[in-house]
Structures are given as structure tokens and as C-alpha cells.
Ligand binder design. Sequence first.
Ligand SMILES: CC(C)(COP(=O)(O)OP(=O)(O)OC[C@H]1O[C@@H](n2cnc3c(N)ncnc32)[C@H](O)[C@@H]1OP(=O)(O)O)[C@@H](O)C(=O)NCCC(=O)NCCS
Length: 176
Amino acid sequence: MPDSADDPAHSGEEIELRAPVLSDGAALWRIAEGTGVLDVNTPYAYLLWTRDFATTSVIALVDGRPAGFISGYLRPSDPQTLFIWQVAVDSEFRGRRLASRMLADVVARSGARRLETTITADNTASIALFTGLARDHDAEITRSDLFTEDLFPAQQETGEHHAAEDLYTVEPLRSS
Ligand SMILES: CC(C)(COP(=O)(O)OP(=O)(O)OC[C@H]1O[C@@H](n2cnc3c(N)ncnc32)[C@H](O)[C@@H]1OP(=O)(O)O)[C@@H](O)C(=O)NCCC(=O)NCCS
């Protein structure tokens, strides 16, 4: 449902949060690419996401313009766990709680009791985002090793590896 912005600086703006549809796939790819920091997947991957994982994903539209998205899925081996894959907000729309609102929306729609995501140690904004979710749910947030640096392929030119992606778990999530 469309909603007005809480922030007085952007009052009058219409914010819509909804499950993405096929025709949003290209926008998801564009937003991911525009961050300059996310691992950008193929346009095909985002189309596939809008087809098969829409109910555990969200797109934010500000005055009808795609402004951010979250992609997630319920783990096949544990459907009570929502795994959040990518979170992106276009730079123009950052710092006004769009990511927090998208996360609350997708968590509520998923009905999951537990959330998992991976974050690199340098991503303070992302750590703050998921810590905020834990706070809102009176839940625990814990960190452990998952995709360590050595599991990633070395880049051909530099020999460098992708930074370690630590596993963050938030539970229990309230179901409403
Ligand atoms: C991470 C990102 C999605 C946050 O989007 P956003 O809409 O600006 O975030 P919000 O306004 O909802 O803020 C969420 C929390 O992060 C904090 N935060 C936001 N930007 C921050 C920054 N640059 N540095 C430190 N904290 C930051 C906010 O203060 C808030 O914490 P609080 O609840 O304790 O006040 C956005 O910066 C982004 O797209 N970054 C590039 C892609 C990325 O790194 N994605 C995450 C990994 S998948």
C-alpha cells in the first residue's frame, strides 16, 4: 500500500513497498549495480528472483520510482528461516529508513521465526540495519564465521579474495 514519508524533509512523497514482479527485474539489477559495492548478479538472476522468490523479497518505490530492494528466500532445509541475500537502496534515497522499512515488510510477510544474512566486517550500515531489526523484535543478534575468505576464488589480476562474509542470525522474530 502506498504510504507517506515519515521524514518531514520528504513529506508528500509516496512510498510503496511491495513484492517485486517480473517487470521490476531490470530495476533490481540497476539498483544493485548502482551501489558500486554489491556483488552484481546477472540481469537474468534478478528476473528469476522476481518470478520465484517474490514473496520473500521487496521493492520500494518513491513517487513511483524504484528506490531500493531486498532479495531473500526461505531456506529449503529450514523454512522458518528467512535468508536475506541482498539489500540495496539507491544513494539518492539513503539515510531515511527505507532499508529498515523494507526489512520490516519482508520479515512480516515471510512469517519466519529466524533471519540469517551475511555481512562483511567493514559494512557498518548493514550491521546497523540488522541490529535495528533485532532491537525492534527484542531478539538476539549473533555473529559467526560462514563464508571465509579462502572459500572465495582469487581474482585473476590481483590474486585477492573477496572479504569474509560473516553469518548474522536474528531470533526469535515476532510473527506480526
Ligand atoms: C545498507 C543500506 C541498504 C542502508 O540503507 P538506508 O535506507 O540508508 O538505511 P536506513 O536509513 O534504514 O538505516 C538503517 C540503519 O543503518 C544505519 N546507517 C545507515 N547508513 C549508515 C552509514 N553509512 N554508516 C553507518 N550507519 C548507517 C542507520 O543509522 C540505521 O541504524 P539505527 O536504526 O541504529 O539508526 C544502503 O546504505 C546501501 O544500499 N548500501 C550499499 C549496498 C549494501 O552495502 N548493502 C548491504 C549488504 S547486502
